[in-house]
Design a protein around this ligand. Structure first.
Ligand SMILES: [Zn+2]
Length: 389
């Protein structure tokens, strides 16, 4: 039996009474039908409504042959009158996203002739795909125009033209559609064939914000948010910026130049540190001059600095130069370099016997081990003795 679709009669209806016309057990609950419903079934790219029917929870809503079926967790008595209550926050959010997408898609279609070829409302953002490229400057302009439609608070008109009227109705579609066609119109911005539910006035969309635009297939994928989602998103971005401005002691609208300045300072500091390290490494290397197989321990070296210091020491000695950086508690990363000896034997002995990993070619070996300074020194001595180094 066809269900009276209250969601098409009044898109803002969130509570209603109806008579239960059917209740049959289903796999995950009970399929309940009513003589009338405000629960929108999944369709047209829009998710279904959730909520309650009496004290039964509505878990899913689908339409089959004009009949709306509510999957509920508890059975209801056929013939009884029941009160339906929609999860309004969810429905209103979906209507805000859907209506905002219409306006933007309409504007993009009018400007470029592109079609919306994919639409997905995710947990955080909605993704809309278009079949052509959109330059960044145009997006800013389109977003402003879309919000202009919101501020104009236009009535959203939904209707089904007669078979005679239909050929004269201009509306957005990817292909010719057979009568009957439900048209949803945002006056001056978009007219499109759609079976979804939308806000009653564009002002209810609140806000439309495009977040990103990336190349996708032959066109682009836009990420956008509308309504309360847009407000929540911008509040989070604002909070991040507020914290950055506080940390950098800059004005909230001057955080980008302040971060750039910080990056430049960091670059200069890195350069200065590296120059100081070079001088320090040369001094350390000078101390090992003439020693055959020097072993040096140093805390807090980066991987590049470890290599550089080992190189500096190796250039002043004849055997294997070994540098270990770290602590007994956290373990050590190490580098072995020699211009004469094959260091892979010592490298493998260190990683295999002291529990670590590493690799390299004959003249250099880098790795990390979990061992104490004492264990490392003992193994190093033993290895050199056995191998006559
Ligand atoms: Zn729609």
């Amino acid at each position: 039996m066809e269900t009276r679709k209250l969601y098409y009669e009044d898109c803002l209806l969130r509570e209603f009474s109806a008579t239960v016309t059917g209740c049959v057990p289903a796999e995950n609950g009970y399929l309940i039908t009513l003589d009338a419903t405000a629960f929108y079934p999944e369709g047209g790219g829009q998710a279904c409504d959730l909520g309650t029917l009496g004290d039964s929870r509505v878990l899913d809503v689908q339409e089959r042959d004009s009949e709306v079926q509510h999957l509920c967790d508890k059975p209801l008595t056929v013939g009884s009158t029941v009160t339906g209550q929609l999860d309004w926050e969810r429905r209103f959010d979906l209507m805000q996203q859907h209506a905002g997408e219409h306006i933007l898609s309409g504007l993009i279609h009018r400007r470029f002739g592109y079609h919306n070829v994919g639409f997905h409302v995710g947990q955080e953002v909605l993704e809309v795909d278009f079949d052509g490229p959109i330059p960044a400057e145009a997006l800013t302009e389109l977003e402003t125009l879309a919000n202009q439609a919101v501020w104009e608070n236009l009535p959203v008109r939904c209707w089904i033209p007669s078979a005679q009227e239909l050929p004269d109705v201009h509306y957005r579609r990817k292909r010719e559609l057979p009568w009957p066609v439900r048209i949803v119109e945002f006056p001056g911005y978009d007219a499109c064939a759609c079976c979804g539910v939308h806000v009653a006035y564009t002002g209810q969309i609140g806000l439309i914000k495009i977040l990103s635009c990336v190349k996708f297939h032959q066109g682009v994928r836009l990420e956008m948010v509308c309504g309360k989602r847009a407000y929540d998103h911008l509040c989070r971005v604002y909070e991040q910026n507020r914290q950055i401005s506080q940390l950098l002691s800059s004005k909230p609208l001057e955080t980008a130049p302040a971060v750039r300045q910080l990056q430049e300072r960091l670059g200069a500091e890195k350069y200065r540190c590296s120059a100081l390290e070079k001088r320090m490494f040369a001094a350390i290397a000078a101390g090992y001059q003439g020693i055959d197989n020097p072993v040096h321990f140093e805390e807090g070296l980066s991987s590049a600095a470890l290599r550089e210091l080992t190189d500096a020491i190796a250039s002043t000695c004849s055997g294997i130069a070994a540098v270990f950086s770290g602590t007994d508690a956290e373990g050590y990363s190490f580098c072995l370099i020699s211009s004469r000896e094959d260091v892979s034997g010592l490298g493998n002995a260190l990683t295999q016997e002291l529990g670590g990993r590493g690799g390299g070619r004959s003249g250099a070996f880098q790795g990390s081990i979990k061992a104490t300074r004492q264990e490392i020194a003992a193994l190093f001595d033993r290895f050199c003795r056995i191998n006559g180094l």
